[in-house]
Design a binder for this molecule. Structure first.
Ligand code: PLP
Length: 460
């Protein structure tokens, strides 16, 4: 077949937008381990999960056999307001690097939330609405998830209550205003509105909060108010399912132009964008139909894959959520205060953890000053101000492209550009002022957190 001229941006037609999400678990021989009830250490039943999460989402969370789950028409129609997302050939970056490699990125920053998180937010809000609920609660740290959920709830007329880590609430007032503009109520956490918030405020007066504490508050409000459920923006199987839209679109666009990636790279916080991007490619790999090199990139200051342990652990610092078997640094681990680049979650998606454990993917960690250097290089030539999270993937894509320059190999590199960095300018300022530093935890520090795992030594 004659090679088609590859445009700078490949847009799929609206009609080519996937009609079903792809459930990677269906093709995994070793399924991810189930969530456990921390009280009984038994797998969480659908009934138990439905007290916290929406019914249909619980079904998706537990479904490890159905390969394709149809995207409801209403969600697909909403997707059309900002999807298909472009697949971009980074011609200018290739030229700048002088590499024979071909570099592509899937850009998920083309919506007002500025990240891929809207893909799952709209799905979760839709199922909540369908169940006849009044609203949903959640936590947000940096604010992208809270923004995405606020947008989805505004669209569907659902109440949205966001507990925002107090330090971000104060430091990122503009994120907060975006959420309020979309009608969400945003409460700094710890608040005086919940038992757990009041207790924490009493115990630690003046605390600026943590993600774990905000999760505990959001869960309390969801479970103690009729018509409310709690929703989460990453880590869970259902979130990776919704995010498979990223990979399905990418694969469709690549197939259209006979492009096959050799290397697929994504940043990894809780694993949702990476799990979504690689889904159909990993499916081929699992079924033995094709092979790809898949690389997860994480911050050196929060290295769950590269330096964590594969054990059951709490998903939240507050220890109210179920236990997940995942690569973890320990639920009380908090990255050093000078870490500005996002991806601060202590654990990792159970699906990706299992795949990594089984050798289907690699992981590398990178230091934040090198991440911002890559972000700057990319911004100046490709014209997009990348989110610091996304820039972890940019950094490793550039590294791989430079290796190709040395060896002369014409590899095709694909990476996920998950979002834009307009609300991360304090971090950019630090980098531009030359005051950004790198802090890598020592082995001793890491051992301290891992020592507190619920069942530290036994493999389950
Ligand atoms: C939340 C976020 C991430 C990290 O989350 P994952 O679940 O690992 O994808 C990456 N990039 C952006 C822009 C984000 O908002």
């Amino acid at each position: 077949m004659k090679e088609k001229q590859i445009p700078y941006k490949i847009y799929l037609e609206e009609s080519e937008l996937p009609k079903a999400w792809y459930n990677l678990r269906a093709d995994m021989k070793n399924k991810p381990a189930p969530l456990l009830n921390p009280g009984t250490m038994k797998p969480m039943s659908a009934e138990e999960l439905e007290q916290v999460f929406c019914k249909e989402l619980v079904a998706q969370e537990l479904d490890e056999t159905t390969p394709f789950i149809p995207i409801p028409t209403d969600i697909r129609d909403f997707y059309k307001t900002y999807r298909p997302a472009p697949l971009v050939r980074a011609y200018y970056l290739e030229k700048l690097l002088g590499t024979p490699a071909k570099i592509y990125y899937k850009f998920e920053g083309n919506n007002t939330s500025g990240s891929h998180k809207l893909n799952s937010a709209i799905a979760q809000a839709y199922y909540a609405k369908n169940q006849g609920l009044k609203g949903v609660t959640t936590e947000t740290g940096a604010g992208q998830w809270g923004t995405a959920l606020s947008m989805a709830c505004a669209f569907l007329g659902l109440d949205c209550k966001v507990f925002m880590v107090k330090v971000s609430y104060e430091q990122k007032p503009f994120r907060r205003e975006v959420m309020r503009t979309f009608g969400a109520s945003v409460t700094p956490s710890p608040s005086m509105e919940t038992n757990v918030g009041r207790a924490i405020n009493e115990q630690f007066p003046g605390t600026t909060g943590s993600l774990g504490c905000a999760i505990s508050e959001a869960v309390e409000v969801a479970t103690s108010n009729d018509g409310y459920r709690y929703v989460l923006g990453s880590v869970l199987n259902q979130v990776l399912l919704h995010q498979s839209i990223i990979g399905l679109e990418t694969k469709a666009a690549m197939d259209k132009y006979n492009i096959t990636p050799d290397i697929i790279i994504g940043c990894a916080g809780g694993g949702s964008n990476l799990g979504g991007l690689i889904a159909p490619f990993m499916g081929e790999k699992l079924r033995g139909e094709a092979d790809y090199r898949i690389i997860a990139v994480e911050p050196a200051s929060c290295p769950s894959f590269t330096r964590g342990v594969y054990e059951y652990d709490f998903c939240d610092t507050g220890k109210v959520c179920p236990l997940a078997k995942m690569y973890t640094l320990g639920s009380s681990f908090i990255p050093s205060a000078n870490h500005a680049g996002g991806l601060r979650f202590h654990g990792m998606s159970p699906i990706l953890s299992q795949l990594y454990h089984d050798g289907y993917m690699e992981a590398v960690s990178v230091e934040q000053t090198s991440v911002f250097a890559a972000a700057e290089q990319f911004a100046r030539i490709e014209g997009i101000l990348p989110a610091p999270e996304s820039s972890h993937a940019i950094k490793v894509a550039i590294d791989e492209a430079l290796k190709c320059k040395e060896t002369g190999e014409e590899k095709t590199i694909l990476f996920g550009l998950t979002g834009t960095g307009y609300f991360d300018l304090v971090a950019y300022q630090k980098y531009n002022d030359g005051v950004m530093t790198d802090t890598i935890p020592t082995d001793e520090e890491l051992e301290k957190y891992v020592a507190n795992l619920p069942r530290p030594t036994k493999t389950m």
